[in-house]
Ligand binder design. Structure first.
Ligand SMILES: NC(=O)C1=CN([C@@H]2O[C@H](COP(=O)(O)OP(=O)(O)OC[C@H]3O[C@@H](n4cnc5c(N)ncnc54)[C@H](OP(=O)(O)O)[C@@H]3O)[C@@H](O)[C@H]2O)C=CC1
Ligand SMILES: O=C1OC[C@@H](O)[C@H](O)[C@H]1O
Length: 399
């Protein structure tokens, strides 16, 4: 356990398994300066990279990591997992490697934050969930969107007041793939888990899950799926996907609702420079629309990083002089940086609690939600015909 700072804040020490593109967003984001009154700070203490010392040194310099000289560099991820000396390991390798990397981390009793999608399928994550519990550590899927202020406000304050949800549209389409993109990129290489459903659908399905499953005992499953691959790429890499979820059940089957979920890695438009900058565009067409009995709420693009909720309440008191429903815009801005750090505070907080108070069993933050969404992706793949090499889907017998 790291000593608390002079201000009494908990210092959460991080190790990074891989210096991936997203690690270059996540790590600088968690290291941004914080208010003195904050109850925790994050510190990077170890990295492992297959790119060797040169990649690590260049990366630490490029990202201006303050304590770079003290960051231990490993060229073997196994060795880093074995050695310890940190509170949480952040795993951001391509998704077909998540199972093996998380499993090894749990074996060494490391707390783990693993990038989305947590694994290739539900069965793999089920296995990791029970293993984390057995090993008495904390595991969490890095579904960062769930932990942002706008999402939390929607779930905790707005949805409970909107009456039963009847329909949700959720789209995450973002043109990552262009004709110029190398076929070896993880976005087009099936061995690296390429495909819009696992990469982007996981967010859109998360929104459908939030809308359909918050505060209800009803059950939701995929009833239709259609998948169109990226043109002119050798393996079928799924691109334009349409998935329909149906919710049934609840008292007298009154909780019927539908979710329409879409993805694309080629629509809308072309992929030109400034990938992450383009993700900051607040486009007027909503990416998510949740329709309930008493109101509807829309979320502008990008649905991975909402900062505004556009709400229309139904009822006479909300009608303007022209007979139209008034729109209320609720702003819930991200306090600093990209906002991917909120989830880091969540897992660090749990780890700190457990270090202070002790624990006899591990815990998986958001386990039910992650498992439900992985289950929807399994069902959609089955119906829509999205197939990966069986080896990527296995649970190795030694594990
Ligand atoms: N939360 C979010 O917003 C985002 C999440 N993601 C998720 O993060 C994951 C990574 O995506 P992305 O950053 O685009 O990936 P990249 O292709 O940029 O990086 C993947 C990295 O994994 C490491 N790696 C690859 N193969 C191996 C191996 N066999 N053994 C050990 N390490 C290996 C390498 O890092 P090194 O060279 O350092 O060893 C490589 O650079 C995916 O699961 C993706 O879905 C991606 C983008 C955004
Ligand atoms: O998680 C992600 O967020 C941004 C996307 O465009 C990217 O493909 C995906 O991996």
């Amino acid at each position: 356990m790291a000593p608390d700072t002079d201000t009494g804040a908990f210092t959460c020490r991080w190790a990074a398994l891989s210096l991936s593109n997203i690690a270059s967003v996540f790590l600088p984001d968690i290291l941004l300066p914080r208010d003195e009154s904050d109850s925790m700070v994050h510190k990077l203490v170890a990295v492992s990279t297959t790119g060797g010392n040169e990649k690590a040194t260049g990366w630490l310099r490029e990202h201006k990591i303050e304590n770079a000289a003290d960051v231990k560099v490993y060229t073997s991820w196994e060795e880093m997992l074995e050695s310890g000396g940190y509170d949480v390991v952040y795993i951001s390798t391509p998704h077909p490697l998540h199972y093996e990397h998380v499993h090894k981390a749990l074996k060494h009793k490391r707390n783990v934050l693993v990038e989305k999608p947590a694994t290739m399928n539900r069965a793999q994550y089920e296995k990791l969930v029970s293993y984390a519990e057995e090993q008495n550590v904390v595991l969490m899927e890095a579904m960062w969107t769930r932990y942002l202020p706008a999402t939390k406000y929607l779930q905790e304050e707005l949805l409970p007041k909107m009456g039963p949800v009847r329909r949700v549209y959720a789209d995450f389409s973002f043109p990552i793939v262009s004709p110029e993109l190398a076929h070896s990129s993880r976005f087009l290489d099936k061995q690296a888990g390429a495909g819009a459903l696992l990469d982007q659908g996981v967010y859109a399905l998360t929104w459908a899950d939030i809308a359909l499953n918050s505060g209800t005992a009803a059950s939701t499953k995929v009833t239709y799926a259609n998948s169109m691959p990226v043109a002119e790429v050798k393996d079928d890499v799924d691109d334009i996907n349409t998935v329909i979820l149906s919710r049934t059940g609840g008292p007298s089957n009154k909780q019927e609702a539908v979710g329409i979920v879409t993805t694309s890695m080629t629509l809308p438009g072309s992929n030109k420079p400034a990938f992450y900058r383009r993700l900051q565009a607040n486009k007027p067409a909503p990416s998510v629309r949740i329709e309930a009995r008493d109101a509807q709420v829309s979320i502008p693009f990008p649905p991975i990083r909402p900062e505004e909720l556009h709400v229309q309440w139904y009822g006479r008191e909300f009608i303007d002089e022209e007979g139209m429903e008034k729109e209320e815009i609720i702003r819930k801005p991200i306090a600093r940086g990209w906002g991917i750090w909120y989830q880091a505070d969540v897992i660090a907080g749990r780890v700190h609690e457990r270090q202070k108070n002790g624990s006899s069993r591990g815990e998986v933050i958001g386990a039910e939600e992650s498992l439900r969404v992985l289950g929807y992706m399994d069902q959609a793949r089955e119906i829509g015909g999205i197939v990966y090499d069986q080896k990527l889907e296995e649970i190795p017998s030694s594990a």
